[in-house]
Design a protein around this ligand. Structure first.
Ligand SMILES: Cc1cc2nc3c(=O)[nH]c(=O)nc-3n(C[C@H](O)[C@H](O)[C@H](O)COP(=O)(O)O)c2cc1C
Length: 188
């Protein structure tokens, strides 16, 4: 059911790093994105896949995690993503990618969720470092990194309180809480 899938599709930031994700799985996920809506049907998104320890180690240092957690530098070794999909915009096809990469990213994560995996969209990227590390040619704009793995953290959605604070937080049991605005507050 779509509601169940959407609710299970949370941003996960800690994983069983030793559990590998096959290239065939990553290709299946990109194949979902391939069938998505695209502005002008230009289909200017391209993808780089990573599921090896060596390549993952080139990507992780270019990613920034959970900006609200000032005392957490992201997942520790052993809890890092076991795969990544880097979403690129091919500027030889279009200079404007509209919201194509958001649609693609969400679709890929829903597909991953259906497979019992999970992940996180990473927009906070050291793009120069990632470009150098993966030898990404200049014609590709780096749009998003999708981190993927078998999640090991509990994520709980809750209603935003009267103080309207939307910052996610971790409780004493290390569960990750994500406040969401109320339906009546977003329909105008
Ligand atoms: C476009 C976009 C960029 C994001 N970039 C990051 C990021 O750089 N690092 C990170 O840890 N989370 C990132 N996130 C995840 C958000 O923090 C997350 O969606 C939000 O906290 C709500 O949690 P939820 O996805 O479980 O609903 C990003 C999400 C989106 C949609």
């Amino acid at each position: 059911m779509i509601q169940d899938l959407v609710l299970r599709n949370r941003s996960y930031r800690r994983f069983v790093e030793s559990e590998k994700i096959g290239e065939d799985t990553l290709r299946e996920l990109v194949d979902l994105a391939r069938c998505c809506a695209s502005a002008g049907n230009l289909q200017s998104l391209k993808y780089m896949l990573s599921n090896s320890t060596e390549k993952n180690e080139l990507i992780f240092p270019a990613t920034a995690w959970a900006g609200y957690f000032k005392d957490w530098d992201g997942p520790c070794a052993g809890e890092r993503p076991s795969a990544y999909i880097v979403i690129l915009g091919d500027t030889s096809i279009s200079k404007n990618f509209f919201c194509d990469h958001g649609i693609a990213a969400q679709t890929i994560l829903l597909g991953a969720t259906e497979k019992g995996l999970g992940g996180c969209m990473i927009g906070s990227i050291d793009r120069d470092l990632l470009r150098r590390n993966l030898l990404i040619p200049d014609r590709y704009e780096i749009l998003l990194v999708l981190a993927l793995g078998r999640p090991i953290e509990k994520v709980v959605l809750e209603d935003v309180g009267p103080d309207n604070d939307i910052k996610y937080y971790r409780d004493e049991n290390d569960a990750h809480h994500v406040p969401k605005r109320l339906l009546n507050d977003i329909i105008i």
